[in-house]
Design a protein around this ligand. Structure first.
Ligand SMILES: Cc1cc2nc3c(=O)[nH]c(=O)nc-3n(C[C@H](O)[C@H](O)[C@H](O)COP(=O)(O)OP(=O)(O)OC[C@H]3O[C@@H](n4cnc5c(N)ncnc54)[C@H](O)[C@@H]3O)c2cc1C
Length: 240
């Protein structure tokens, strides 16, 4: 009438503040993905501890930590779905969180563009605004193109999701493109702001740190390319 959970998982958003955690654990390790189950675990359960990750590069407004389960006893009712359905539940979650992550990267790309445009129009050098320099215009133009391309890709995936159409492929494309756009935009924004890009007086240094997040979480950029590439080559269809 109960399960005993053991293991640790690091890099968990809100680990140190959560009341409930979704824990994916093997109930039948020999079955690999099909032996994985999902549990809703209360953080006050005996054997549940967490600790914060104090120092990270960015995303300072989003706490991150580690969860440690040592003979953590949970009632049988904590099982979500049936035994062996954990991997399926995890993948269905990823379908949603990956898309919202793509939207986050897109927003960051846009914020970088807005900051760079405003600064370029205001900063005077050699008797004119730096926006008048063609190289700055080229930098801004690429940021615009990449941000708009990512926006359309994110919207396409979102429309497909709203329509209930399989969209793993389109979500991976959108997430990869948005993460790339965010990172390039943050890099360019810092350059356009010159020394102020390197200071905390303007937000672009923070954007630069936060942009890396989008290339890591909800499947790294490599994982997105893996999904997209295997689909294109006919090795493994993403929208099954
Ligand atoms: C701020 C933050 C918050 C997070 N919050 C959560 C959370 O709430 N819940 C949660 O579960 N996780 C969370 N994570 C963890 C995050 O999902 C993982 O860090 C991410 O999935 C990458 O896994 P990893 O760090 O183990 O990298 P690894 O898997 O060790 O990858 C290392 C490198 O190898 C590459 N690589 C790995 N596998 C392949 C492959 N098959 N083909 C090609 N290249 C490959 C990767 O792209 C990467 O470049 C968070 C991470 C961060 C930074």
């Amino acid at each position: 009438d109960e399960y005993i959970l053991n293991g640790t998982k690091t890099w968990i958003s809100n680990a140190q503040f959560c009341d409930l955690a979704l824990v994916f654990a093997y109930t039948d390790p020999g079955q690999r993905p099909k032996g994985m189950s999902c549990f809703v675990v209360e953080s006050k359960s005996p054997g549940f501890t967490s600790r914060p990750i104090e120092e990270k590069m960015g995303l300072h407004a989003s706490p991150t930590g580690e969860i440690i389960l040592e003979d953590c006893r949970v009632p049988a009712g904590a099982l979500l779905g049936n035994e062996g359905e954990g991997f399926k539940i995890c993948m269905s979650m990823l379908e949603n969180t990956r898309l919202s992550c793509a939207a986050g990267g897109l927003g960051l790309a846009r914020a970088c563009l807005d900051a760079a445009v405003e600064y370029a129009n205001n900063r005077q050098q050699f008797g004119q605004s730096v926006a008048r320099f063609q190289m700055i215009q080229e930098q801004i133009a690429r940021m615009v193109v990449e941000e708009e391309a990512a926006r359309l890709l994110v919207y396409r995936a979102a429309v497909m999701k709203d329509m209930g159409v399989p969209n793993n492929r389109e979500t991976s494309i959108a997430k990869y493109a948005a993460a790339q756009a965010a990172n390039h935009a943050a890099d360019e924004a810092i350059k356009i702001l010159g020394a102020y890009g390197y200071s905390e007086e303007y937000p672009v240094a923070r954007y630069y740190r936060d942009a890396k997040y989008y290339q890591i979480v909800e499947g790294t950029s490599n994982i997105q390319k893996w999904i997209i590439g295997q689909d294109a080559l006919g090795i493994r269809k993403a929208n099954r």
